[in-house]
Write a protein that binds this ligand. Sequence first.
Ligand SMILES: [Zn+2]
Length: 278
Amino acid sequence: MRDEIMSHPDFPVVDSHVHLYPDPLALKATPALASRFGNAPAFDGTVGGCIAKNATSGIFASLNLPVATKPDSVGGTNRFWSGYAPARSKGGVFSLASFHPQVEDKAAEVARIAEAGFTGIKFHPEYQLFGFNDAGMDDAWAAMSEFGLVAYLHAGGERVFKPPYRSTPSDVATLQQRFPKLKIVAAHLGGFGMWDEAEAALVGTIVYLDLSHTFFWMPDAQILRMVKAHGAERILFGTDAPWQDQGEVLEAFLKLPLTEPERRAICHTNASTLFHLP
Ligand SMILES: [Zn+2]
């Protein structure tokens, strides 16, 4: 039985949470972030590095989540990653778009993102200095709901920021209640380091939860309990690579006593449906 649980999945595993940088930037950004996080990267932060590491980790494709830290870098970031938008990528790496709360015409920016073939947008309130329920963001959430774009949210604490955090599990729950048609993924099982609050506020809601930065950071028993209670059809496999080793995370995931249909939903079907991966 144990061998059966540990056996490699016979479906293509999608890692729904990685952070990649254009090649010249990766050379600087990856070592700088590594020293800031105090954490050696699993690869060099490039698309090629990710694909090579995936090949030895049992991962078929990765979804990149770019974060623009200034409003005027949104255009350039999205131009670069549009070649990897789900509608245009040749496979191996897909990318969501970035956005910034200080973008002036939010609805127009969301429309541009949808037109470029992206199927979702990553938000990180600590780096982008905003709250999900700030009134100024409502135009963006409304436009995203209309276009069917997924809001992929960092949630909970962050090793390099201090509390109080701007994106608690309850903030995510409030946003979903305010915009019931908005498709939301909350990273880190709904709130890094705030798992009891996430379990209370998000488990059982329609919010999707990803598994990045949960293994090795919280008890496996709580991960399993949350996954089972929330339902595998709203859980996404993700690693936060290169800031976690995607092979090690996949191995830890495969040790959880889940059924084959649950593993398939979490590692493959949910991501390919939600992000329209070809
Ligand atoms: Zn991340």
